[in-house]
Design a binder for this molecule. Structure first.
Ligand SMILES: [Zn+2]
Length: 263
């Protein structure tokens, strides 16, 4: 056996630099560094001063997107700012992950994208992560106040229910933008799977946006088709996206298994 070097390009968020790379048990591990702010406001006493930075004596891993079908991890050394006034030490934010999250922002977006049409368990299995992690990402989106930019052009809407079994034993309604079928985007995650939840989702769109929607694809088991046809005057129900996507997901998983691709 012999080996060759392959050069690849990896997209990095602004301010992030790769310092090292290694392979570890079928995963790619990038050692990353990131720009630190020149000034920082202490969250405890609100005093702002020049950043007084010390590296923390630990290395944190976060999951990023896959590379060649294998998981990628970033490892970084967090930095602390010590407030010159109250002596409070604060871990400085990174440009690529939420504090204390075990994954990058773009990994979160990818998980949400996969959840359009797949169950929590299927997404977890496909990414080789725990269902708790997937639910944690959904849960975070649930806690946020969803907003949709008024200028967003949305021609196709998806509405599905997902169950969060591990953490809350609750159902949520996920409304997604399916205008670009290659890249479904989650627009809102709302508690419940009833009429109220569906109406709450659609109320996030302006009347003009609702009138611009041409098609909607919904989970058939709930009240979604009815609410959508009431609120989306120019939209037609398209029946089987959920099942097609689900079916495709299972096919992809089967192919991966057959060829021994593990993630
Ligand atoms: Zn302070």
């Amino acid at each position: 056996m012999h080996s060759v070097n392959v050069e690849i390009e990896v997209d990095l968020p602004d301010g992030v630099t790769v310092r090292g790379y290694e392979r570890h048990r079928g995963a790619h591990v990038f050692e990353v560094d990131f720009d630190l702010p020149a000034r920082f406001a202490c969250p405890k006493c609100r005093h702002e001063d020049a950043a007084n930075i010390r590296l923390k004596n630990e290395v944190l891993p976060v999951r990023d997107l896959d590379l060649f079908g294998q998981p990628t991890f970033w490892v970084y050394q967090p930095s602390l700012h010590q407030c010159p006034r109250c002596r409070q030490r604060t871990q400085l934010p990174t440009p690529f992950t939420r504090p204390r999250a075990a994954y990058t922002y773009r990994f979160e977006e990818w998980v949400l994208e996969l959840l359009v049409g797949l169950s929590v368990e299927e997404v977890a299995r496909r990414l080789g992560v725990s269902a708790e992690m997937v639910e944690g990402i959904l849960d975070h989106r649930l806690q946020e106040q969803p907003t949709i930019p008024v200028e967003a052009k949305i021609t196709s809407i998806g509405m599905d229910e997902l169950s969060l079994k591990k953490r809350h034993k609750l159902y949520v309604t996920v409304m997604s933008d399916l205008s670009d079928p290659e890249h479904p985007r989650v627009l809102a995650v709302v508690k419940g799977r009833d009429r109220e939840a569906a109406e709450k989702c659609l109320a996030l769109l302006t009347p003009e946006q609702r009138a611009a929607v041409r098609s909607h694809r919904t989970d058939m088991s709930a009240v979604y088709p009815q609410v959508c046809s009431e609120q989306l005057p120019n939209s037609q129900l398209v029946l089987d996206r959920f099942h097609v996507a689900k079916h495709l997901g299972e096919m992809v998983d089967r192919v991966r298994k057959k060829h021994g691709v593990s993630s």
